[in-house]
Design a protein around this ligand. Structure first.
Ligand SMILES: *Cc1c(COP(=O)(O)O)cnc(C)c1O
Length: 386
């Protein structure tokens, strides 16, 4: 493992020196890297409005950085809304981007000033019409992409274009303002071409409803841009280039307002999760496999290793041994599901010892807030910002 593929010397030294202050397990998140990631997204998509997907890392420190940089925000819940209000973010910079919401939460968001909502069902749309009258609504369509996304998102959310077309007319009838379409191609989307078909679908739908007198002018392309895990992802430039081509192909010189909702690509490489090796053991006399147990696991920050989906790069400072694939890596709880990597052998230095610290790189997104509260009575994993 070459740490230089992931962090600059300066970044690594900063993480490492700060990490010495804390007891494991914990997540350290760099505000500077979040800042740089935001700027990188703006540079690659200069025409887009960025709505940070708060759920990827709902911590005040990081959100403050993004607020100062002028980000808008995609909120999943009224709790994220409250956090933003405390930071004095104007509700005009928020989008209620969860298709699944209680009517009282729609009412609450409306009362606080939110006027932009997503929907993908008739019942939800009726709630919005009733509890957030005359609001702007965009509609989530189902798109392909699950096969090439490491954390798919396109099954539970969205409806097919025929259903969405009906919702658009219904919105108008309910005196809402239908403004556009959204999709999410799946998180950690490795295929840069996935957006093309989705954008084509949106364009066709725009044309269809235009014939019935409804002009849509918003295309919310969600997230999906990658963080750098074990596999080196395509560069963001590569995604931007392909998406540009598709926008021009389908919309010509009539490109709608574009929204992006980055989560993983904003926060992922801004964080490192630090855990300690508790035990290393063998289950039989003859096996080469070693079980390596650490003090963070599926229930404590590493839930995206479920099904061995997200493959985090692991770094053990000060061990010079050759990379070895003999380790099965598991967490500390009394639950057999708490195994991060068994089939996938995430390499660790051969000479790793009990008590060593493992740095799980690119763990700034979907880790600490995605952990259990106190399973086995372990306290929830802490996040510190640097
Ligand atoms: C989770 C989520 C995102 C963020 O996706 P990433 O792949 O992490 O960038 C964006 N939009 C919506 C609606 C989401 O639910």
């Amino acid at each position: 493992m070459n740490i230089k593929n992931y962090l600059s010397d300066k970044q690594w030294k900063h993480f490492y020196s700060e990490s010495k202050k804390y007891k494991t397990p914990f997540v350290l998140v760099s505000k500077q890297i979040i800042n740089d990631n935001f700027n990188k997204i703006k540079t690659n998509f200069p025409y887009a409005q960025v709505y940070t997907a708060i759920k990827a890392n709902p911590c005040v420190d990081g959100i403050e950085v993004l607020n100062k940089l002028g980000s808008n925000f995609d909120i999943a819940t009224i709790y994220e809304l409250d956090m933003l209000l405390k930071l004095k973010v104007n509700p005009s910079r928020m989008s209620f981007g969860n298709t699944i919401k209680k009517k009282e939460d729609v009412a609450y968001a409306y009362k606080k000033g939110v006027r932009l909502f997503v929907s993908d069902s008739i019942s939800d749309l009726e709630n919005i019409a009733k509890y957030a009258p005359k609001s702007k609504v965009f509609f989530r369509i189902l798109v392909d992409g699950s096969a090439t996304a490491e954390w798919p998102l396109s099954l539970k959310f969205g409806a097919d274009v025929q259903v969405v077309e009906e919702l658009i007319y219904k919105a108008k009838a309910l005196k809402l303002i239908p403004v556009g379409i959204s999709f999410h191609v799946g998180s950690q989307q490795n295929d840069v071409n996935t957006w093309d078909k989705a954008i084509g679908r949106v364009s066709a739908l725009f044309n269809k409803v235009a014939k019935n007198g409804i002009v849509l002018n918003l295309l919310n392309m969600g997230g999906g841009f990658p963080a750098h895990y074990i596999k080196t992802p395509h560069l963001l430039q590569e995604y931007a280039k392909n998406i540009n081509v598709s926008l021009n192909k389908y919309f010509g010189n009539n490109i709608p307002t574009i929204i992006l909702e980055p989560g993983r690509s904003l926060f992922g490489n801004a964080g490192v999760l630090v855990s300690e090796v508790i035990l290393i053991s063998k289950k039989t006399k003859t096996t080469k496999d070693k079980w390596l147990y650490v003090d963070s696991g599926i229930f404590n920050g590493l839930i995206e290793t479920l099904g061995e989906s997200i493959k985090y790069p692991l770094y053990v400072p000060n061990r010079k041994g050759k990379d070895s694939k003999e380790f099965i890596i598991a967490g500390p709880t009394c639950d057999s599901a708490d195994i991060m990597y068994k089939d996938f052998r995430n390499p660790l230095p051969k000479d790793i010892k009990i008590g060593d610290r493992i740095f799980w790189l690119s763990t700034g997104a979907y880790t600490s807030s995605y952990a259990s509260v106190n399973f086995n009575s372990f306290p929830p994993i802490k996040t510190y910002f640097i």
